[in-house]
Design a protein around this ligand. Structure first.
Ligand SMILES: Nc1nc2c(ncn2[C@@H]2O[C@H](COP(=O)(O)OP(=O)(O)OP(=O)(O)O)[C@@H](O)[C@H]2O)c(=O)[nH]1
Ligand SMILES: [Mg+2]
Length: 389
């Protein structure tokens, strides 16, 4: 039995050794795992405080308060029209570049070696073709003949002085060219009726005039009494919208007199300063249409007196414009002329002729297609302009 005892002791001894080895190996593995779990901080050569890695870990930004977007209101932008004062200075240059027929006539006269009868005749012809009319041409020529060429040789500077003075006399700086915008009765608006043949620039003038008045601080209502075409009312309303002015309009084919009445009525109810009524272009030879125009004016006057009747003439139509002017004046008592397109191929002399024939002053001139290319007529500026000064 002795050997059996020693076998048992040996087995127990081997088991103790194996258990010892397992415990040692397991203990090492545990320490190694713990060491790997700790981050190693390497020394760096960056100056300044060492920032712990946790500090630079980007954090979630703080939640922003939820802001509801503002509803977008699309307001039509209202323009600020150019002040009337600065317009004439800006537009005068256009006269000197386009309407220099008179200046050219003078140039020809003065460049002649000797001023004989033939030279004077040429001078007169040029003046007549510059739409000055026969009467004013004769007056101007006589005045110059008296002053110049006493010995047949002209003095250019003196001649220009004489021409300037005589032209100014013909344009007549003494005429009252202000628009009559004083209402006849308290509480009524002033009413401006705009008339003329097709395409002379009536609607454009109404739009530009509204801008002049808005620039002067006046309140305005527009009346679209051109009911021939739907586009006419649209054209006028667009002008109005740009400066925040309301347009009274009706359907195509509506009675123009009743639209004009409604516009003046609205102007009176709203207490505005001025109502401007645009009318359809009509040939002065169409009696029915001319009668209709007379009716528009009469119907407006059931509500408020018409303060100004502006006849819009295209300055490039020359003599034909004169015939139109006479007939319109008979039907609606024209109180002022608007000469448009003086920037184009107009010859300037029409200003003098139309005033003479109708006894009505040119009050406004259109000098371009730009929205602010309308100015009160200034006689001195006009004469300087056409003499290219
Ligand atoms: N160069 C130039 N063009 C102008 C002037 N005034 C108006 N016009 C142009 O003339 C054209 C006719 O203008 P409108 O205002 O429509 O004429 P209207 O008299 O109302 O025409 P209807 O209503 O059809 O009779 C447009 O192309 C304008 O831009 C101006 O002073 N100079
Ligand atoms: Mg028109």
């Amino acid at each position: 039995m002795d050997w059996f005892f020693w076998v048992i002791i040996a087995v127990i001894g081997v088991a103790i050794i194996i258990a010892g080895i397992i415990i040692t190996v397991e203990g090492r593995r545990q320490r190694q795992l713990e060491a790997e779990a700790k981050p190693e901080i390497e020394p760096t050569d960056i100056e300044g405080p060492v920032v712990a890695p946790e500090a630079v870990v980007p954090t979630e930004p703080p939640a922003e308060p939820v802001v509801e977007p503002e509803p977008v209101v699309v307001e039509p932008t209202v323009e600020t029209p150019e002040a009337p004062g600065s317009r004439w200075a800006r537009l005068r240059r256009r006269l000197s570049t386009s309407n220099n027929a008179l200046a050219r006539a003078l140039g020809d006269l003065l460049s002649a070696d000797r001023i004989d009868e033939e030279v004077w005749e040429d001078f007169e012809t040029t003046l007549i073709t510059s739409d000055l009319g026969v009467g004013p041409t004769t007056e101007l020529t006589e005045a110059l003949r008296k002053e110049l060429a006493i010995d047949g040789v002209a003095d250019p500077a003196r001649a220009k002085d004489v021409l300037r003075t005589e032209l100014l006399k013909l344009v007549d700086p003494t005429l009252d060219r202000s628009l009559n915008l004083t209402p006849a009765n308290d509480g009524d608006p002033a009413v401006v009726l705009v008339v003329g043949v097709n395409g002379t620039g009536k609607t454009t003038t109404v739009g530009k005039l509204a801008r002049v008045l808005v620039a002067e601080g006046k309140s305005v209502v527009l009346g679209a009494a051109d009911t021939f075409r739907a586009a006419a009312a649209e054209q006028l309303a667009t002008w109005g919208e740009r400066v925040g002015v309301e347009t009274v309009r009706s359907d195509e084919g509506a009675d123009p007199a009743s639209v004009a009445f409604d516009a003046v009525d609205k102007g009176a109810r709203d207490g505005v300063d001025v109502v401007i009524v645009d009318t359809a272009g009509r040939l002065h030879t169409k009696t029915g249409l001319m009668d209709e125009l007379g009716k528009v004016k009469r119907v407006i006057e059931k509500k408020a007196p018409v303060s100004e009747v502006l006849l819009v003439l295209d300055a490039t139509t020359g003599q034909n414009g004169m015939t139109q002017a006479r007939i319109f004046a008979e039907v609606v008592d024209v109180t002022g002329i608007v000469l448009t397109k003086l920037d184009g191929s107009a010859k300037g002399g029409i200003v003098i002729q139309v005033q003479r024939e109708l006894g009505v002053p040119v009050k406004l001139v259109g000098l371009g297609e730009g929205v602010d290319d309308l100015a009160p007529f200034d006689p001195e500026g006009f004469v300087h302009g056409i003499l290219g000064e």
